[in-house]
Write a protein that binds this ligand. Structure first.
Ligand code: GAR
Length: 198
């Protein structure tokens, strides 16, 4: 069996990347081929290298607001790695419609809210401020619209009365680490039926 090749894009600590990489063993249909970051200081780069995975960095800052020019550079290591699937895992740059359409149908993202609620940033604080009883995370196919696209899985977390954005973020992140690998495995088998946790 030839494995599907998975490139993972990160900007920070990379805990979701680690959970994806560590899941791709045994009879899993995919294997990691690249971890790519827009940030040379991303903690996840060392974690990927420790696991023997190729890494690359394309710093977005020299490009200023020129997202197309940044993405042209980003595409170079990405296309070289010949990924079948691209996983955004805490990748904090907004991608243009051109970039997204190039990889549409094979690019996934994890977002820390129960989409369609709370697209964008500060999702945990917004869920608490709204008085929501539950919060969670979503894995979805990436389309040109931000934090949109067909939902491939969600995990729900109860909000406790004493939760702060920080405590809630920790609880949600634990579920992200279960949800994303479960969705990736199913997706790599060609199955887009949503994974609903717990
Ligand atoms: C995760 O909580 C992820 O859902 C979030 O950033 C964190 C990255 O953590 N992503 C977004 O907010 C995307 N808009 P990690 O680097 O430890 O995986």
């Amino acid at each position: 069996m030839s494995h599907k090749r998975v490139a993972i894009l990160i900007s920070g600590g990379g805990s979701n990347m680690v959970s994806l990489v560590d899941s791709m063993t045994g009879d899993h249909p995919a294997r990691p081929c690249l971890v790519l970051s827009n940030n040379a200081d991303a903690g996840g780069l060392a974690k990927a290298a420790d696991r023997g995975i190729a890494t690359a960095v394309v710093d977005h800052r020299p490009f200023g607001g020129d997202r197309a020019a940044f993405e042209a550079e980003l595409c170079k290591p990405l296309l070289e790695a010949k990924p079948d699937i691209i996983c955004l895992a805490g990748f904090m740059r907004v991608l243009t419609g051109d970039f997204v359409s190039r990889f549409q149908g094979r690019m996934l993202n994890i977002h820390p809210s129960l989409l369609p609620k709370y697209k964008g940033l500060n999702t945990h604080a917004r869920a608490i401020a709204a008085g929501d009883a539950e919060h969670g995370c979503t894995v979805h196919e990436v389309t040109a619209a931000l934090d949109d696209g067909p939902i491939l899985g969600q995990a729900r977390v109860k909000i406790a009365p004493n939760d702060t954005p920080e405590t809630l973020a920790r609880k949600v992140l634990e579920w992200e680490h279960k949800l994303y690998p479960a969705v990736l495995e199913r997706f790599a088998r060609g199955d887009k039926a949503p994974v609903m946790l717990p």
